[in-house]
Design a protein. Sequence first.
Length: 113
Amino acid sequence: QVQLVESGGGLVQAGGSLRLSCAASGITIGNNGVGWYRQAPGKQREPVAIIKSGGTTDYTESVKGRFTISRDNAKNNIYLQMNSLKPEDTAVYYCKILTVTYWGKGTQVTVSS
């Protein structure tokens, strides 16, 4: 049974940083593409950062230069380092293994102005 458990969210002031973690179980991340998505109130879920199966990364324009996605295959974890946070980054953040249709419960990130 696949499980993805996100953690590390919280309340932070604009300009601050957070590091999100995602622990995967029931599946080996391996060389699968993985990503972080977010959903703000009243908006659709959107991709934020992806590591493709070949190892290249892709970011949505609004987070380029501020967010960094990484993975630790030994720990079967995925991370999202978020710097220079802005109020518009407020959302529930979810990790995903791109080849699996499972979503975790997400972790709330709230950025105050």
